[in-house]
Design a protein around this ligand. Structure first.
Ligand code: C5P
Length: 217
């Protein structure tokens, strides 16, 4: 079974994208598959942690030894994370949370017409920002998927969301990021340090992220 440095620790991991319904048959969504978060949850369980995985819709199977809760919307993800936050030792937010949701959800299927269709969207809460505001002993880890200015945006999010570290990647790269098994990241820490990693499997990256958390504990 190997070493279990996270024995007795409670870790919340979020994964996948949230989906925001428009009507009974349509939704707004994104390309996240959940691979990164599921790899982190599985690895954390192997290291002995009690893991709650809060996942948006994903084709991946529930990881062994992990309590998996499946949700659809950002508001549902927020409620599931909040319910477990007070007792958590660490939260790793790898989910691609929708920043906006349709202001109204049509009761019946929206019918097409010859006119333009205008959708009104309202802001979803920033779940991680909220956790950062209430932070007590929890180690908070965020992800920043960017298509440009990775360093600048990642550092801003680290500070604004009161995180311990943020894992940043350029999702415009074809060989890493969304929907593939590999990732190439930089990790930015509170003290201003940055570590750059080469292309590696999401499983290997999960191990690196969890080792950082073990060191901080
Ligand atoms: O979307 P953004 O780049 O700000 O995401 C950075 C981090 O914040 C990620 O870890 C993501 O899971 C989290 N986030 C969140 N709630 C949102 C948007 C992002 O918790 N509404």
């Amino acid at each position: 079974c190997g070493e279990q440095p996270l024995q007795g620790r409670k870790i919340i991991v979020t994964a996948g994208g949230t989906i925001e319904p428009l009507d009974p048959v349509r939704y707004l969504g994104n390309h996240s598959t959940g691979k990164m978060g599921y790899a982190i949850a599985a690895e954390a369980a192997k290291l002995g942690a009690e893991v709650l995985l809060v996942s948006g819709p994903s084709n991946l199977a529930d990881p062994a030894g992990v309590k998996t809760v499946r949700i659809q919307t950002a508001l549902e993800m927020q409620a599931a994370v909040q319910a477990a936050y007070a007792k958590a030792d660490a939260v790793i937010m790898s989910a691609a949370v929708a920043d906006y949701r349709p202001k109204t959800v049509a009761k019946d299927k929206i019918k097409k017409s010859d006119d333009e269709l205008v959708l009104h969207l309202e802001r979803n809460p920033d779940i991680l920002y909220g956790l950062g505001q209430q932070k007590d002993k929890q180690i908070l880890v965020g992800f920043a998927a960017e298509t440009c200015n990775v360093e600048e945006y990642a550092k801003k999010k680290l500070s604004k969301k009161n995180l311990d570290f943020i894992v940043a990647n350029d999702v415009s790269a074809k060989d890493a990021g969304f929907a593939v098994d590999n990732n190439r990241v930089q990790i930015y820490f509170r003290n201003g340090e940055c570590e750059k990693y080469p292309l590696m499997s999401k499983q290997e990256l999960a191990g690196i992220i969890l080792n950082k958390i073990v060191e901080m504990m």
